[in-house]
Design a protein around this ligand. Structure first.
Ligand SMILES: Cc1cc2nc3c(=O)[nH]c(=O)nc-3n(C[C@H](O)[C@H](O)[C@H](O)COP(=O)(O)OP(=O)(O)OC[C@H]3O[C@@H](n4cnc5c(N)ncnc54)[C@H](O)[C@@H]3O)c2cc1C
Length: 458
């Protein structure tokens, strides 16, 4: 892949059979709503704005091609969950708002399924739920306690269910299995199909997408791009991990890498042995998050979070010989040893955005006309849809149940300047990795390192 390629390196773009090229249309002199960023956040916002007010002139500014960022490269878990919700539920003072948010996140998985069906976006949506495997005996009690707490809050067996080891084996047959939490509100998707399908849909609705048009700065009433300036009544930032590319936003969101691999298609006999017949997504209790899904064409796609580069550097794509991929392949084969001989066909990665307070934010200021949504900490496939609907209501000045949800105006502080940022992330990663190592190898809870990790990441 050369520097002028607009392929984001993922298997998902290959599966779509596209070699996307930006087709920069002429810049308009003005637009009613300018959206910066052509990923899920930007495109869902354009979608709901246009559906609500077809006469509104909406323009999406995309530095590369629609879906070039995390939206076109992720693990494809469309999950009714978001970072930061657990702490809202744990605190009696914020519990009712946390419950409203959690229910809205559950509904969001249905909403993505509903709209993709209505708009004929064939994103391989399969609502198999997700399995969080207990890979050590001590985790059983922890998982069961968690489920009891969730049920005490009013969630049902349908929402979160404990599966014992035998039942779990019928869903996913792996050796390190002591049972699993099955969370129903999750669908596996082909992420690039969702984002490219959304781009086609909003274009059909009359939205202009200016690909190949990097925005350099945003100020009230004006978007500065590498190709000139555009006047805009309202300007919405949807640049997630790439936000540092905008003037004045170097410390707004931290770009953290996540890296993925995918196997060649597995023979049916092997799938019979492994399972995932409902295309359940799966992971375990690791703090250095891992995630897997069975693709519609019978591969196993698997990834893990991996690192930060000094100065919030973001590489367009990652070379397939990046050594982190070997670690991801080892982790995958350690978890699913049946894959030992199955070739890996693709290796790629991307960046996700982390706010300083570790939870998403949606903000719109009526006076300046500026707004943004993001900070999903790597859990943005469904969350971006919810955030986009919240942003739409804020922009259209509609007071709704969505605008009362906790993400609204929950603005994060800025990250520390370098080298503190880099040192801090390294320390958090080392602490998380230490906690994981103790739990996986000594098979006991890591109270000290695990507790420290939890405190540092909210
Ligand atoms: C490898 C990986 C795996 C992941 N797995 C999952 C998962 O399984 N489930 C889940 O929920 N989440 C997952 N995530 C996170 C999820 O993909 C993101 O949270 C989500 O896609 C964010 O969407 P977005 O539209 O906000 O940002 P993005 O998709 O990153 O879109 C931002 C867009 O803005 C454009 N842009 C940037 N700067 C500018 C500029 N200056 N001017 C114009 N345009 C600009 C970029 O080119 C990009 O297209 C994963 C992320 C990665 C990287």
């Amino acid at each position: 892949m050369n520097a002028s390629s607009h392929h984001n390196g993922s298997f998902w773009f290959d599966e779509l059979g596209i070699d996307p090229q930006p087709d920069p249309e002429p810049l308009p002199a003005r637009t009613d709503v300018a959206i910066v960023g052509g990923g899920y956040t930007g495109l869902w916002t354009a979608y709901y704005l246009k559906r609500a007010e077809p006469g509104l002139d909406v323009t999406v500014f995309e530095a590369d091609v629609a879906g070039f960022g995390a939206s076109g490269r992720n693990g494809g878990w469309c999950m009714g969950a978001a970072w930061g919700t657990e702490s809202l539920l744990a605190n009696p003072e914020t519990r009712s708002r946390g419950l409203a948010l959690q229910r809205a996140l559950f509904d969001t998985v249905d909403e993505v399924g509903r709209v993709t069906q209505a708009e004929n976006i064939d994103c391989h949506f399969a609502r198999g739920g997700t399995l969080r495997i207990a890979t050590a005996p001590f985790m059983v009690e922890r998982h069961r306690r968690e489920i009891d707490e969730l049920h005490a809050l009013g969630f049902t067996e349908h929402d979160f269910r404990w599966l014992d080891a035998d039942t779990t084996r019928t869903r996913l047959n792996v050796p390190r299995n002591h049972g699993a939490i099955h969370a129903a509100h999750c669908a596996a998707i082909q992420p690039a199909r969702l984002v490219r399908g959304l781009a086609d849909t909003v274009r059909r609705l009359g939205v202009t997408i200016l690909e190949g048009t990097p925005v350099t700065a945003i100020r009230p009433g004006r978007v500065d791009t590498a190709r000139g300036a555009v006047a805009a009544g309202r300007i919405l930032r949807a640049t997630e991990a790439y936000t540092a590319s905008l003037t004045g936003h170097r410390r707004t969101l931290l770009p953290i890498y996540s890296k993925m691999v995918v196997t060649a298609p597995l023979p049916d006999a092997l799938w019979q042995e492994i399972g995932l017949g409902n295309r359940e997504t799966f992971g375990d209790d690791r703090r250095m998050v891992i995630y897997g899904q069975r693709t519609l064409d019978g591969r196993l796609a698997f990834g893990g979070r991996a690192g930060y580069e000094f100065g919030s550097r973001r590489r367009r794509t990652l070379p397939p010989d990046d050594p982190d991929f070997d670690g991801i392949v080892r982790t995958l084969r350690g978890l699913v040893p049946q894959l030992a001989e199955v070739p890996i066909t693709h290796r790629w990665g991307g960046v996700l955005g982390v706010p300083r307070h570790w939870r998403p934010c949606v903000q719109f200021d009526r006076r300046s006309g500026l707004g943004w949504a993001g900070g999903y900490v790597g859990e943005g496939v469904a969350a971006a849809n919810l955030a986009a609907r919240m942003l739409t209501d804020l922009v259209l000045e509609r007071d709704s149940a969505l605008t009362a949800l906790p993400w609204v105006d929950d603005v994060p502080p800025r990250w520390e300047p370098e080298p503190l940022r880099w040192l801090g992330v390294r320390a958090i990663r080392a602490i998380g990795a230490r906690a994981d190592w103790i739990e996986l190898n000594r098979q006991r809870p890591s109270r000290f390192w695990g507790g420290l990790f939890q405190r540092l990441t909210g």
